[in-house]
Design a binder for this molecule. Structure first.
Ligand code: HEC
Length: 106
């Protein structure tokens, strides 16, 4: 009984910490995901087909006037806009979380 409780406590701890990790995202992995965006978006300030994403999270607002946040950036990634394709079905939830973590570092 005691052992079983200890095991299940350990299991829920492991689960909780991996969930926390998943929510935080891994910027290094996100950088690899960003290769799919880099055709159209630079992180250097240069304009390609899309606007540069340099300093995205420091900018405050998106071109459409919405405040830059995980929610508005995710909506852009999921739905696309104009010449930007939708990535809702292309990227996994984990890849999107990693991508957001990376976008905060540029
Ligand atoms: C085929 C080219 C293309 C690809 C690939 C692409 N985008 Fe875009 N993106 C665009 C264009 C064009 C716009 C401007 C859309 C508009 O405002 O009409 C845009 C806009 C954005 C914006 C809003 C920028 C702002 O300041 O308003 C974000 C954020 C963004 N893209 C992120 C991404 C991410 C992340 C990826 C990779 C998953 C990606 N894009 C892939 C072309 C692309």
């Amino acid at each position: 009984m005691t052992i079983r409780m200890a095991v299940s406590a350990t299991l829920s701890l492991t689960l909780a910490s991996s969930l926390a990790l998943a929510q935080k995202g891994d910027a290094a992995k996100g950088k690899e995901v960003f290769e799919q965006c880099a055709v159209c978006h630079s992180i250097s300030g240069e304009k390609k087909m899309g606007p540069t994403l340099k300093g995205l999270y420091q900018k405050g607002k998106l071109a459409n006037g919405q405040k830059v946040s995980d929610a508005t950036v995710s909506a852009m990634i999921n739905k696309g806009k104009g010449n930007m394709p939708a990535f809702a079905e292309v990227l996994s939830a984990e890849e999107k979380t990693d991508l957001l973590a990376f976008l905060k570092t540029i």
